[in-house]
Design a binder for this molecule. Structure first.
Ligand code: 2P0
Length: 328
């Protein structure tokens, strides 16, 4: 591949132990570690080409303006700082194969693909640790989309952030029966984005210190449950971690409520489904659309359950692979 141009693909990820709050908003360093599953078949494909006539950032077919463009170009500035070569202006083209309205942030897949393509195009090492650190500086959760399977973003303790990086805990093929279904209840854009919401929770939620301590302690328990492929234990852990993240947000001032009535309708129906023998648990990001954890054997039944509870779309996912370089 030409050292001036590269194309990378990356999947988004869903956290089961969530990242919620920064100790350093500039370098994007979290207060606690988080753990996620990489989601196939959803992906973003990004091409980076240095030596273009002028800087250009095209996201999903449209020239980006404002904050989005600034964030993309800032990440590529960090790539430039890592080499003595004169790379010149850059052209970026990035598109996803999934509806952004599904509530799955495309930023994780987008910044993971951008970091990998950017480093490759500049002739820099594409070793996962280096790519993950760079992706983190674009969007925190992106550092967990550089590798497949299940990844842990270690909070780290260094001020320069060098040890705040994601590593793979289990490869893509570790748990082939695991399924994650995004139940789209609302496509409306949320009023307060994750970045502002987590900052508000850090500053004003009296529950914030308890959140940090609890979430960090859940990581080894989540690893043990995944190692044992124990969905009952992992599902219960995912639900309580999601509830605790939302409790922390609800306790902020002003309060942050990401749930809609339909969200509660669906997630409160799950205990009865479990009593009927359906293995189904939820996790919920900073938005109204739950992600349902189940097994391949029950995927159709869980989709039906989500639709009966009002889901307008259900996106079926499974653990995905590493971000990778491809021919454009
Ligand atoms: C997560 N979220 O662990 C958590 C759970 C939302 C709720 O990571 O400010 O887009 O770019 O670091 O990564 C969404 O926040 O935020 C997120 P920035 P990001 O997946």
């Amino acid at each position: 591949m030409s050292p001036w141009r590269a194309t990378a693909r990356a999947h988004p990820n869903i956290a089961l132990v969530k990242y919620w709050g920064k100790r350093d908003p500039v370098r994007i360093l979290p207060h606690q570690s988080s753990l996620s599953v990489t989601l196939a078949p959803l992906e973003v494909v990004t091409t980076v080409e240095f030596g273009a006539p002028a800087d250009s950032v095209v996201l999903h077919g449209t020239e980006a303006r404002g904050k989005e463009r600034v964030r993309v170009l800032a990440l590529l500035e960090r790539v430039r700082a890592g080499t003595t070569r004169a790379l010149g202006p850059v052209r970026v083209d990035s598109r996803g194969n999934f509806p952004m309205a599904a509530g799955l942030a495309s930023s994780a897949a987008g910044f993971a693909a951008l970091a990998l393509a950017g480093r490759a195009a500049a002739g820099l090492s594409t070793e996962p640790g280096a790519v993950s650190r760079l992706a983190r500086e674009g969007s925190g959760s992106a550092c967990r989309s550089v590798q497949g399977g299940m990844c842990i973003w270690h909070r780290g303790s260094r001020e320069d952030g060098e040890d705040s990086v994601a590593t793979q805990a289990f490869p893509e093929g570790h748990w082939p029966e695991l399924r994650l279904l995004v139940a789209v209840l609302s496509r409306a854009e949320k009023e307060v984005g994750s970045r502002d919401g987590m900052a508000q929770a850090v500053e004003t939620s009296p529950y914030y210190p308890a959140w940090v301590k609890d979430a960090e302690a859940e990581i080894p328990r989540a690893i043990a449950a995944i190692a044992a492929r124990d969905l009952e234990v992992l599902g219960a852990l995912s639900e309580r971690n999601a509830w605790r993240m939302h409790a922390t947000a609800l306790a902020a001032d002003p309060p942050l409520c990401y749930l809609l009535p339909g969200t509660l309708g669906l997630i409160l129906a799950l205990p009865a489904a479990r009593r009927r023998g359906v293995p189904v648990w939820f996790t919920l990001d900073a938005g109204p659309n739950p992600v349902l954890l189940t097994l391949a054997s029950h995927e159709a039944e869980v989709e039906r359950l989500a639709r009966e509870a009002g889901a307008v779309e259900v996106v079926r996912c499974r653990p995905g692979g590493d971000a990778r370089l491809v021919e454009p």
